[in-house]
Design a protein around this ligand. Sequence first.
Ligand SMILES: Cc1cc2nc3c(=O)[nH]c(=O)nc-3n(C[C@H](O)[C@H](O)[C@H](O)COP(=O)(O)OP(=O)(O)OC[C@H]3O[C@@H](n4cnc5c(N)ncnc54)[C@H](O)[C@@H]3O)c2cc1C
Length: 819
Amino acid sequence: MKSHARVVVIGGGVVGVSTLYHLAQKGWSDVVLVERAELTAGSTWHAAGLLPLFNMSYTVGQLHKYSIDLYKRLPSETGQDVSFHVTGNLRLATSRDRLDEYQKYCGTANTIGVPFEIIGPKRVKELWPLLELGGTADTALIIGGLYHPHDGHIAPADLTMALRKGARAKGAEIYEQTEVTAVSRTLSGEWKLTTTKGEITAEHVVCATGNYARQTGRMFGLGIPAIPVEHQYIVYEESPELKAYRQGGGRELAVMREPDQSYYLREERMGWILGPYEAGAPARFADGVPPWFGKSLFDGDLERLIPHIEGAQRRVPALANCGIKDIVNGPISYTPDGSALIGPAWGLLNVWLNEGHSFGITAAGGAGWQLAEWIVEGEPGIDLLAVDPRRFGPYTGKRYVVTKNEETYRNVFTVHYPDEERPDARPAKTSPVYEKLKRMGAVFGQRYGWERANWFAPAGIAARDDWSFRRTNWFEHVGNECRRLRERVGVIDLTPFTKHVAQGPGAEAWLDSLVANKVPTKDGRMALSHALTQRGGIRSEFTITKLGDEFFYLVSAGAAERYDTDFLAKRLPADGTVQLSNITTSRGCFALAGPRSREVLAKLTDTLLGNEAFPWLTGQAAEVGFAPDVYLLRVNFVGALGWELHFPIEYANHLFEAIFTAGEEFGIGMAGMRAMESLRMEKSYRMWGSDLTRENTPLEASLERFVRMKKGDFAGKAALERQLAAGVPNRFVTLEVHGVSDTDPLGNEPLFDGKGRMIGRATSGCYGHVLEKSLAIGYVKPEFAEVGTRIAIEILGERKDASVLVDSPYDPENKELRA
Ligand SMILES: Cc1cc2nc3c(=O)[nH]c(=O)nc-3n(C[C@H](O)[C@H](O)[C@H](O)COP(=O)(O)OP(=O)(O)OC[C@H]3O[C@@H](n4cnc5c(N)ncnc54)[C@H](O)[C@@H]3O)c2cc1C
């Protein structure tokens, strides 16, 4: 074995080998893979090999699309067949919500260029003659389906071997029977891996260890939130009906999924493979895979399978006529949200994760491609936030991950509503006023482990969501919350915000080198600032307030805590001139907003709140009620007169009571996340993570006013200069969608010109309750960005007229904010 390599990939499943392949393809030939047993010895060898293009995520959809294209060209490139059967994939629908889900998906598919067909029952039957359309007491009627003609299934081991061949052809080396047993950091900053075959030092390490992710993480001091769950499929004997159909000239049947019965069915050697996603499948190996497990499988659990077998037999009666040959029950890696972990490990330099894959055969191509790009080029080419390992935080301890992964597994086939909030492992992280909010009718959602009130059910209204792709039970009440904030005064609990302090003599210059805006130099000043990637895309967004000499307070999205801490901490100057603290959980935050907010706050503080003493976009530390050292920031995400109160967290209950007592005479009330979403869109405020991602620069996001090209150098500046010289390819717009009755845009809708050509993508959408308009925001080609331009938007399969509005259609001159 070599003693040194530029990259060592740990794990020889399909994902590790694909990462190796892509590193080598990118020209890094000094790359090595070590595998404790032999290639495919983990989950890869027993996977069913399905390659579904269907995925609701814009990011994951792109990874899967890349994989399918790669797998089709691998045989000619490597000379190794991969047994790719392009059978197509057919998903059945038996309810309107299911069809809505498919139509929602189709918007995403269109924006990433995945071909699909929405089909009716007749075409379903043509594609799958052995299936019953149903409509009886025990079998629901098929009302349509979603068909992908270009995907199918593959032989996972052959695929891995083709990737191996391609990697080796470019100089990569693979060592089997070589287990990594310990890791340490050398003085020069490299990683020394101890293996059963000796030591190897590497600049970069990639962990692609599948079911072993927990114990791999322990070697690096990481709690990786990937724990496998039992997953089964049944292999059937030959089916006489299938045989007759094929011998009669029938083509190989598409892989069929009946999500409402939670199973897939595909052909296998004139018989079938039936794979259910069952309730009750347990998480395994939470503390690590025992050494004896190796290539073992678990015993099949027929009892868990029976409801799905019966459902499948009702749909495909031929299934009842053939015997069961085998039950394969293997560990399948899962994460709490079901998406993989692809990207840098937090807190460690040059350690990369490609873990947590539950559709790893499908994802391996794309996951290897993007991770290799990140390692070699310093940036991934697409927005990977949805799979970034840092989207999870320390709250993902063992019990949490076990509970959530079991829940995610059994919900693989349930309808993925946009307003869905799953109940397990909750509440986990709560604001101190959680119980108060609950008593006020809060209907909570969960983000980054935090309970956040999405809306408040008034007395007499059930405090629960009826999830939907359309306007639903919470619509009217969210509207009332919006109007309260625009007309009177309201409070939003924003305690989950990520909060950092950067202080010290080097803090200002350091921050200035990280972000595109000018970091405030005067005490009390505030700047909305974007940290950019080297390609000029938006990596993070911080509101930076200078609250004292050499003292900067940074606020960013609640879901970005680990992501932003990792970003900042990895870039701290080595000379000790900057101290960085993450104070997220030691400060709470209430936004107090609306035309009467000044009068409410004035009752609680001696700090002068008039425009002269406390202008818009400034901050001061103040005493509020009994709470000392409250950071009062005159800013908010709803576009109203108001202040955010960032207070020592132990004063949360006191301040909450005090604000409500002071606000009573002004009709104060709570508002939730959904009201904030509607109000921010009326102001064209872009949301980090959906509207602002690494795929677009701040120039494309029309945020020039927050970019100071004339200041000193900052990350991404050169890329912005190049973009300015070449012409900014997209512009950010706010759109009014016409003719909507109950299907507001939700984000990820394609945008078209008058000739039906795609000209952009909506990144968010909702109903603007105060403007009384259905709104979308997103990116279009510059020639379509003029106010008044008419374009079309596809919502749940229907093209609607839309027109470009002025940026910030509500109060465009910010009169209310400055009032
Ligand atoms: C029953 C079943 C059916 C499935 N069907 C499908 C399907 O149809 N389509 C699909 O897309 N996905 C499917 N999957 C999921 C798929 O199998 C996995 O997502 C995929 O195989 C994961 O690949 P991987 O490379 O990440 O992990 P693995 O294949 O598990 O590989 C990890 C490797 O790391 C090695 N390793 C671990 N620790 C060390 C160490 N310290 N040193 C050296 N080596 C180490 C292991 O030996 C192992 O070989 C299925 C899974 C199951 C269980």
